[in-house]
Design a protein around this ligand. Structure first.
Ligand SMILES: [Zn+2]
Length: 154
């Protein structure tokens, strides 16, 4: 494992850990090396000589202050995780709302004017219907259901 001191075009300094100098060159050429601060891919190696990381997995590495760019990226949710979260929300919404389908705007209005029991509803509304509801002070929000969720919800 080699640790390189890297800097992006905005002069953010960070460390990159690579299997070898060749691995670094390859990843850099393929645009895989990214600044953890600004996500710039214009990254250069700082002149300092690469250090060999000799510490084993058994011990802590106190000399490593900055996490490797890969570690930073892993801390952010992946598209899969986001989708899972989205699905979870979609399911939660589905379980706690009544599907009124195309009657959504009418039903939302009836609930607002207490002509129908207060409850969470979901359904479809056109842009015009939503705008009209908003003008009447009726809170609606749109939550595009992922196609996969729609299937499991039906
Ligand atoms: Zn940067």
């Amino acid at each position: 494992m080699k640790v390189f001191d890297l800097a992006c075009e905005h002069d953010h300094r960070f460390e990159g850990w690579f299997a070898s100098t060749q691995a670094f060159d390859e990843q850099l050429a393929r645009g895989l090396v990214e600044c953890p601060v600004c996500a710039s891919r214009t990254v250069r190696r700082m002149p300092s000589a690469p250090r060999l990381n000799l510490s084993s997995a058994a011990g802590p590495r106190p000399e490593t202050v900055q996490p490797a760019p890969g570690t930073v990226a892993a801390a952010m949710p992946t598209p899969q995780q986001l989708q899972a979260l989205w699905m979870k929300m979609a399911r939660h919404l589905a379980e706690n709302t009544e599907d009124v389908g195309e009657r959504f705007a009418d039903e939302a209005r009836r609930i607002h004017y207490e002509e129908a029991p207060e409850r969470g509803i979901r359904g479809v509304a056109t842009r015009e219907q939503r705008a009209a509801l908003e003008e009447e002070g009726i809170d609606v929000f749109s939550f595009p259901l992922p196609a996969a969720a729609r299937e499991t919800l039906q």
